[in-house]
Design a protein around this ligand. Structure first.
Ligand code: NI
Length: 391
């Protein structure tokens, strides 16, 4: 079974939805028009619709034929980015400084297409929760929905998500077991020394010298303490101190980011950075505070569910167009919070370079409408596969 015929019939309609959403981008937790659009469509298809789950999140429930106590969660993200669109086509953003530059307009339209098809056919036995989340871009909308009782109110035995991927050609789907996106954490370091006249530094404790030692020492946490077979990045990206060339300042601040795929590596880097910062500062008679801010965890596909996703992807695009050997991406994704609580998988759907020939988050990016039936078929086929009717 390639792309589901009935979903190919919806291609024009899905394209119209997608381009309408593209023209009306909304930022994190402000997706009021988008949420209303989604809720209206789901209602029209005959789903039970729940609004305001996690501020602007929407959940549509659809029961198949039969009474199997099986629950599947399918998730799409709805938010746009604070970016001025450079495209000039008819469906370009009508909202200055806001743009669907990550294709969440496409994800939403694909999941709506699957909902319409499944509501019409109901060729499955169980319940599907169609999860339309807000605020994927940096505000953890997935977690906000979960904190608002998502999985208690709408049980999900498994969860599946997708992202369009410009680095893969149209018609290919990539899925791998284990990590596929990184954890993205940040940190702040505040060093307190003792101010002095720059001509008489021995009267003070120079926090700039301490900061420089911390920058260098931190490199060893990756190069000497992290296994060469693990992946981790530690970048110190800000350093601020001082006001004049004749003053040793009293304090300095540093900041940066840590990216990891493995929870144990992440935990260890947090602990080791805290210990190193304090001990380096103490070695110079200074003190330092270290604050680690946990962002999105790594997106880690569950092995059995990733294999199932691979089989369903092969059903839709053909075995030879499913890639399982892709390298994970150092970017982050808040579907990770869902995968930390429920088994499931997250796949990339190739969309080619598209009209703008660029990666996501670029002002010329546009979701490629050619892949709408592929993504919708994947969601639909996943449902019929995971919630089969008893014969
Ligand atoms: Ni995205």
């Amino acid at each position: 079974m390639p792309v589901i015929n009935r979903l190919a019939d919806f291609h024009t309609e899905m394209t119209a939805w997608r381009q309408d959403l593209h023209a009306h981008p909304e930022l994190a937790f402000e997706e009021h028009r988008t949420a209303a659009f989604v809720a209206d469509k789901l209602t029209e298809f005959g789903l039970e619709v729940y609004r305001g789950v996690g501020v602007t999140g929407v959940v549509g429930l659809l029961r198949g034929q039969g009474n199997a106590p099986r629950h599947l969660g399918l998730r799409a993200d709805m938010d746009a980015l604070p970016l001025q669109e450079a495209n000039t086509f008819a469906h370009a953003s009508k909202h200055p400084g806001k743009m669907h530059a990550c294709g969440h307009d496409g994800h939403t339209s694909m999941l709506l297409g699957a909902a319409k098809y499944l509501a019409e056919t109901r060729n499955f036995d169980g319940t599907v929760a169609f999860i339309f989340q807000p605020a994927e871009e940096g505000r953890a909308g997935a977690k906000v929905m979960m904190d608002d009782g998502l999985f208690d109110r709408f049980p999900c035995d498994q969860v599946y998500g997708v992202h369009n991927w410009p680095e893969l050609p149209v018609g290919e789907i990539a899925v791998r077991p284990g990590p596929i996106m990184a954890a993205a954490d940040t940190f702040d370091i505040e060093i307190r020394g003792h101010g002095a006249h720059a001509a008489m530094p021995h009267h003070g404790i120079d926090p700039i010298v301490v900061a420089a030692q911390i920058v260098l020492a931190a490199q060893a946490l990756i190069s000497r303490e992290t296994s060469p077979l693990d992946n981790a990045v530690l970048s110190i990206t800000t350093i601020h101190a001082g006001t004049a060339d004749n003053i040793v300042p009293s304090h300095a601040t540093l900041g940066g980011t840590v990216r990891t795929f493995d929870a144990a590596v992440r935990d260890r880097l947090e602990q080791r950075m805290a210990a190193l910062v304090k001990s380096v500062a103490a070695g110079f008679g200074a003190t330092a505070d270290f604050t680690f801010h946990r962002g999105y965890p790594a997106t880690v596909n569950h092995a059995a569910e990733a294999d199932l996703a691979r089989q369903v992807a092969a059903q839709v695009v053909g075995e030879e167009r499913v890639r399982t050997n892709v390298a994970p991406c150092m970017g982050a994704e808040d579907f990770s919070f869902m995968l930390n609580q429920r088994p499931g998988a997250y796949v990339w759907i190739g969309q080619g370079s598209g009209s703008g020939d660029c990666m996501v988050h670029h002002p010329r990016y546009d979701f490629n409408d050619a892949i709408l039936p592929i993504g919708a078929s994947y969601f639909a086929a996943l449902t019929e596969r995971l919630l089969p009717r008893q014969s």
